[in-house]
Ligand binder design. Structure first.
Ligand code: MG
Length: 164
């Protein structure tokens, strides 16, 4: 079945730690911070959630099945490679992205000062107009592990259209 429109969602969580060795990267944009997201790759949680949403929209498996975190060759990998792979798999299925919307849940980093730059970066990597990219942020009102600044969560939704 090839419906004209499909949606996908992706969710990701990464630990946040004080770390001056690693950059804090969101959507391919490096944020100046004494904190960093921890992960096997460069831990770009926003790109991971978006990539899973893209893959899910056409019924493909999650990014971990394409880029296993047990693969030593992928250590500190630039996550834009994951995003490009997801987009090329979407293309193979004959679909294109119409828009994406993302919610970042964290106490830190504060997203609003970086929002425009994150959108610009995603626009570049996804070849998608800036007004088709939503980046929003919220906190958990200090509740739970995210509220204690132990990590960050991202929820992404994508809409795709069959290319005729
Ligand atoms: Mg991840």
């Amino acid at each position: 079945m090839h419906p004209k429109f499909r949606i996908g969602n992706g969710i990701d969580f990464h630990k946040l730690e004080k770390n001056l060795e690693r950059p804090l990267i969101l959507g391919g944009y490096k944020i100046e911070s004494e904190y960093a997201l921890i992960g096997h790759s460069d831990a770009d949680i926003l790109i991971h959630a978006i990539s899973d949403a893209i893959l899910g929209s056409v019924g493909l498996a999650d990014i971990g099945s394409y880029f296993p975190d047990t693969d030593v060759n992928l250590k500190n990998m630039d996550s834009s490679i994951i995003l490009k792979k997801a987009i090329s798999l979407l293309k193979e299925k004959n679909y294109k992205i119409l828009n994406i919307d993302n919610t970042i849940v964290c106490e830190r980093p504060k997203i609003s000062p970086h929002r425009e730059k994150i959108i610009e970066s995603l626009s570049f990597f996804m070849n998608l107009p800036k007004d088709c990219i939503g980046v929003k942020a919220t906190t958990t009102e200090k509740m739970g592990s995210l509220g204690r600044e132990e990590g960050v969560a991202v929820f992404s939704t994508v809409m795709v259209e069959l290319v005729s």
